[in-house]
Design a protein around this ligand. Sequence first.
Ligand code: ATP
Ligand code: ZN
Length: 724
Amino acid sequence: MPAVADILIPLALDTAYSYAVPPGLTLAAGDVVQVPLGPRETIGVVWGVEERASGGNLRPVTGRIEAPPLSDPLRKLVDWLARYTLAPKGSALAMALRLPDEAAQRETSRIGVRASGRPASRPTTARGKVLAVAADGAVRGKSALAKEAGVSLSVVDGLIDDGALEAVALVPEPVALPPDPDHPRVPLSEAQAEAARNLIAPPSPSPAETGGTILLEGVTGSGKTEVYFEAVAECVREGRQALVLMPEIALTAQFLDRFAGRFGVRPATWHSGIGGKRRERIRAGVASGDVSVVVGARSALFLPFAKLGLIVVDEEHESAYKQEDGVHYHARDMAVVRGRFERCPVVLASATPSIESLVNAQSGRYRHVSLPGRFGGRPLPDITAIDMRLDKPEIGRFLSPPMVNAVKATLAQGEQALLFLNRRGYAPLTLCRACGHRYQCRNCSTWLVEHRFRRALVCHQCGYAQPKPEACTECGAFDHLTPCGPGVERIAEEATALFPDKRIVVLSSDFPGGAERLRQELETVAAGECDIVIGTQLVAKGHNFPHLTLVGVLDADIGLTTGDPRAAERTFQLLQQVTGRAGRGERPGRALVQTYQPNHPVIAALLSGDAERFYEEEIGAREAAGLPPFGRLAALIVSGEEREKAEAHGQALARAADPPPGVMVLGPAEAPLALVRGRWRFRLLVKTERGIDVQSYLRDWLARGPKPRGNLKVAIDVDPQSFL
Ligand SMILES: Nc1ncnc2c1ncn2[C@@H]1O[C@H](COP(=O)(O)OP(=O)(O)OP(=O)(O)O)[C@@H](O)[C@H]1O
Ligand SMILES: [Zn+2]
């Protein structure tokens, strides 16, 4: 009987297609192949092979492709991801199947030169210098050779033309050298050593299964990194591979150097800035098992590891782990799933765990390993509130007098201060004082944010930008456009006026020069090469700034009024993280928090340092309201170019909802961000009891309900993190 292969294609298709396996080709599940699809050829992955009588009229597989096959656990992850998120299976596959892009194919290998043994036809002093260096016969890069000889590159080129030097292709450097788990290292503290032991080997004899998820909870600066490095070391000793997931921007040279301090070499890294050939070589090294540790952003979760033995999710509470477009997945949750399929342990590390993970730890589903104090007995920072109703800043200013004094005192000691405001740009709103006009995005229902550095009004949703006008575009009045409220650029202006001779740096995700420049800038902060850092949430977490002793939070209340069910949790985590940047080095730190609501439970918990009580109350509130993890949420976001049609489709969906007992469907309601990129948005929210299979319900409902037509779209977001 002929063999038939079911091939999943990495496009938005939900099922695998059947193809005949031509004689002479043997295929196994996971193989990457080329197949005809309509008039074209495309790439796919074998999802299953069987002998079937009816395979005769199927189109044949064209051939196998040189690419690492997808292992059984990775294919299971793709299936699971698609089922859980309701994304088409092919879209889930696309995340695990990044094929060499054309740019990578075109990249040429690096060329080096060495002495050919023939003399130069026209000897000169400069040429003599080059040949003297090259006399050892070693292969060098052209510019390295020129530099070593102290001549210009053209001299080297001349010698190549002349035949005295010959060009050879350089063997690419390995993407990562093998980490040494027993590299000499700084000793762990007693608390760290105990936590590391618990992480690697559970204290009480547990069932023979390895695997399992562990919550590693330790206050800011407790030294969790060194603890999970021990688990990584153990994994490497066993000859297996480890993956450490981090929020993208935490992947700094400082972190990689810490890794090198522990293991003797830097790990392979994986994030959106890594492209071309390097990407392919990391994938290949991961698939062959040559690369034993990868530190990466969330997409590293889909790398084809040959023998994965450990996944660490650092800062597991981070909402950046949730992908909010395309396949809506949460990398922390998928890490737990991949760990299950790979039968390897998953360590979730955080100073401020997500409510979900903490509940799982308390209920015994996860093991719980704690580090209750800072490394070296260092104290946690003192946190004090500044009541903004009493300590008002001057008109048009945003730093209250006690804040200014604290910064002054800190700088006088030669220490560093961080001013934290979670708002990019100069001012979040521009208003004409003559006619009252407010500048709004033409594609989105958002105010345009002034960016003074760029001299533009910018939409933070769609990126639309217009030059800041001289006169009001509505009424023509000159000199009446007023910035309302502060962003980090405006705080920088104020700080510069107050401390004109200090080095001030502003850090936010729109830092000019992109992520790589931003990473470099974070290094200079860590090295103590600036006095005042002004930053958004991007500098608030995961970083280690040893010179920083004062953290000033400028608007602690900013996140409390969003109406988001996670507002309290988010605000608490963010404030705890940002204040936790203070006093991590030799000198103790403190934090000042500007607030209009010092008695708000979140602010009060932060000030008292009683995280446990905050978590207890928040968990109680979630349970009472049936919110995650005690109930489940899923959102449908209907969008379209015409407002009425989008709303009507939302209403038609709601009419078809027919929720069974235990399921509630709310909406459609106009989304808080009602218009984004010219599309009107309406949200439906599904809230269910914990035991309900929300995916099955959603599938039935969508199959039954009206189909989106024309430019209408329905996005599905299971376990939504954002409610905008
Ligand atoms: N065994 C050790 N010996 C010397 N220094 C250590 C040791 N363990 C940790 N440290 C230092 O203590 C500081 C805090 O450690 P680390 O960054 O691992 O904390 P953390 O728990 O990850 O904090 P956060 O959650 O706030 O990011 C760092 O400066 C680190 O270098
Ligand atoms: Zn916009």
